[in-house]
Design a protein around this ligand. Structure first.
Ligand SMILES: NC(=O)C1=CN([C@@H]2O[C@H](COP(=O)(O)OP(=O)(O)OC[C@H]3O[C@@H](n4cnc5c(N)ncnc54)[C@H](O)[C@@H]3O)[C@@H](O)[C@H]2O)C=CC1
Length: 485
């Protein structure tokens, strides 16, 4: 099949237009389903980084003074344009990541549009508080931070650009966004559409590059905030570098989230939840529930149904809308996942699936690990691939203790028909986001983010607007000023 042309007009988008600097290191864009190079971009040189930040600084002051309703209108217009072009953007997302079109048509550009629409609608509702002290009083304003940097992972390139860009822009900030070097295409389109919708030049700039470009942005004195989606080790580095400059941070990092399935759960819903929470996007989802704890009474039946359902997956050409399982996004990630599967085998796990598929591209079949103990590497570490660990448990207390015994705290899920138990378990999870009888749904109006090593701050919902603004307190003296002398 001939693939659509993926080569962008230029590598970067700065000050309202595409910009090239061929002096930067070339970055090949590889279509994961075949391994072929479909485009090339160049990493930003220091001159490009400087230009992006300069134009953001210039544009931001005026933008902060713009009527919030007008800011919101531009975002909502961009949401409409994204929806109009959903197919084209979904194809691009598939080219960038290898995720099946069946997924990208409903989960990527549409999720980005949801965020733009949601925050666009809230534009006029950024409010402070008032306090009274007898006659005197004080009030707070929520002020934009200035120039914010967004740094993306490779699994959701359109969504990440929108989830960071929308709350930043609507509250009066500018954003310089650096996509992952492995998926550089989609954010450029987001920038193009935002400007087509009327966003003034300079407010959403995209620069390409590896960690060193991210690092240059993070440490630049012109930057007030860094929002990273990435792994825990990168998060530690970026948060540490940002703290030097006392910058605000949002860290959306990795996880090893638990799903608890109790004997009284609707078994088909629980299996569906576990499938969605492990094999969607070939398992390359930060919030995946990769440790599935199933209560003893249901364990065997759960496994039987799970294996049958996995057998029905349609693994194939991501551009074919009938396919519902695609390749890993990069060769490197495929190799990491295969190594994890081998380690699990070496440590005594039973591996169901686990093979690299004999075809071009970076394909691993959906894999289930059983015969596990909690101390095995596959149960402790984030694998970031289509690998589900299934463990059994006897009691609620035991399951919760095991579920929480991890450095991560991104998400968790519980399947049960017992309402009291559902809420008791949900609040006892040490996790930023919990689903009851559902998994991995993230509407724009719901805060999403991690606890413990999985991150700081939340994306989406009103909370995200707090993270892109800071309070300024203004004290109002209403009476005479008393002084000691
Ligand atoms: N919590 C969340 O919302 C999500 C978290 N993730 C996590 O992301 C990881 C997978 O994505 P990857 O792209 O492999 O993550 P990564 O941590 O390797 O890279 C993330 C981004 O950080 C940049 N970067 C690397 N070193 C840097 C440095 N020193 N300074 C500034 N930027 C730097 C990279 O170029 C990339 O754009 C997984 O751990 C996954 O769980 C992925 C999606 C969502």
């Amino acid at each position: 099949m001939t693939l659509p042309n993926a080569q962008p007009k230029a590598s970067h988008f700065i000050d309202g237009d595409y910009v090239e600097d061929a002096a930067g290191t070339p970055i090949p864009v590889i279509y994961p389903a075949t391994g072929e190079t479909i485009a090339t971009v160049h990493a930003a040189t220091p001159a490009i980084v400087d230009r992006a930040l300069e134009s953001a600084v210039r544009a931001q002051a005026q933008w902060a003074a713009t009527d919030p309703v007008e800011r919101g209108r531009i975002l909502r217009r961009a949401a409409d344009l994204i929806r109009d072009r959903n197919r084209e953007l979904s194809v691009l997302e598939t080219l960038d990541t290898g995720k099946p079109l069946q997924e990208t048509l409903v989960a990527d550009a549409t999720s980005g549009a949801d965020a733009l629409e949601y925050f666009g609608g809230l534009a006029a509702d950024v409010t402070g508080t008032t306090m009274q002290f007898g006659g005197d009083w004080a009030y707070t304003l929520r002020k934009p931070l200035g120039v914010c940097v967004g740094i993306g992972a490779w699994n959701y390139p359109t969504q990440i650009a929108c989830w960071k860009g929308a709350p930043a822009l609507v509250t009066g900030n500018a954003m310089v966004f650096k996509p992952s070097e492995t998926t550089p295409l989609c954010a450029l389109k987001v920038a193009e559409i935002l400007h087509e919708a009327g966003l003034p030049a300079g407010l959403f700039n995209v620069v390409q590059g590896m960690g060193e470009v991210g690092s240059a942005l993070t440490t630049d004195a012109r930057v007030a905030k860094v929002s990273l989606t990435g792994s825990v080790p990168t998060g530690r580095k970026v948060a540490a570098a940002a703290s030097e400059g006392m910058k605000h941070v949002t860290m959306e990092l990795g996880g090893k989230s638990p799903i608890l399935v109790f004997d009284d759960a609707n078994i088909d819903d629980a299996v569906s939840g576990a499938i969605n929470g492990n094999f969607y996007s070939s398992g390359q989802v930060c919030s995946n529930g990769t440790r599935v704890f199933v209560q003893d009474g249901m364990f065997q039946d759960f496994l039987k149904r799970l294996k049958a359902r996995i057998g029905a997956a349609t693994i194939g050409d991501p551009m074919d809308e009938a396919s519902n399982f695609g390749p890993m996004t990069t060769q490197a990630q495929m190799e990491i996942v295969l190594r994890h599967i081998q380690t699990a085998r070496d440590e005594g796990a039973a591996v169901h699936g686990g093979q690299r598929l004999d075809r071009d591209g970076f394909w691993i079949e959906p894999t289930v690990l059983t015969d596990l103990t909690d101390d095995m590497t596959c149960v402790r570490e984030e694998i970031f691939g289509p690998v589900m660990s299934v463990l059994s448990f006897a009691t609620e207390e035991e399951a919760l203790a095991r579920a929480n015994d991890t450095q991560f705290g991104l998400s968790a899920g519980v399947f049960t028909r017992d309402l009291a138990r559902a809420h008791r378990v949900a609040t006892a999870f040490e996790a930023g986001t919990v689903w009851i009888n559902q998994y991995n749904l993230t509407p724009a109006g719901m805060p999403f983010g991690g606890s413990k090593a999985s991150g700081i701050g939340r994306e989406n919902a009103r909370m995200a607007m707090d993270h892109y603004t800071e309070a300024q307190t203004i004290y109002v003296g209403m009476g005479p000023v008393e002084a000691a002398f």
